[in-house]
Design a protein around this ligand. Sequence first.
Ligand SMILES: Nc1ncnc2c1ncn2[C@@H]1O[C@H](COP(=O)(O)OP(=O)(O)OP(=O)(O)O)[C@@H](O)[C@H]1O
Ligand SMILES: [Mg+2]
Length: 227
Amino acid sequence: MINDIDLNFLLEDAQNIMGAMHRGADRIQQLVVSLRNFSRLDEAEVKLVNIHEGIDSTILMLQHRLKQTESRPAIEVIKDYGKLPLIACYVSQINQVFMNLFNNAIDALELGCGEYTPLTPDTKDPKPWIRISTELTNLDTVRIRIADNGPGISESARSRLFDPFFTTKPVGSGMGLGLSISYQIVVQKHHGQLRCCSSPGQGAEFAIEIPVHQTMRSSFSGGYAGI
Ligand SMILES: Nc1ncnc2c1ncn2[C@@H]1O[C@H](COP(=O)(O)OP(=O)(O)OP(=O)(O)O)[C@@H](O)[C@H]1O
Ligand SMILES: [Mg+2]
């Protein structure tokens, strides 16, 4: 009887199932932590935060969009994090900006793949990627750049990018609000800058610059967020 039901196989299978359940539970735990980090609904005020945590949470929440699809390979996320101090900001709003920029980059790579255009004619590897780099530009400003190797943006579109309701996406898939909201958050709310650098066929790069200190100058601890 034991031979019939192949006890060894069942034992091995049970171990695999337990392993899968463990991994599933870990992933759920990570997602819950990320969601909490991302929304920070309890933190409506300016707080000192490690900006890398917000970026990592955003990436984790977008995993499902980064996976391989029928029309393109998986999107590689390249992190190039510098050493940053804790930043005083409205964290849930800044995370919203990361989310908008990441979603746009993924949408662009969605378009770019299939008849995907490599960056230069001799590029051998047309894998889609998003690169996120952070640096302290001087003692008072951090720069966060989110770049993709998608189809890029035409000059005429570039001049209207931050206008409310400007979209090139089909009806129903884009409201044209992501960048105008992001602009308000970065420029008006955080006294920073949001710029785009792109030409058709050369991918796109968005650079956010925000001051390290907002209204919290006196309580800034000067601690380092490290990586
Ligand atoms: N990384 C990018 N590559 C190419 N085009 C981009 C990129 N980011 C933004 N765009 C262009 O800018 C337009 C405006 O972006 P925005 O985020 O404001 O609106 P949307 O993505 O169209 O809609 P929504 O964000 O409201 O869902 C997009 O429709 C797209 O044409
Ligand atoms: Mg958008």
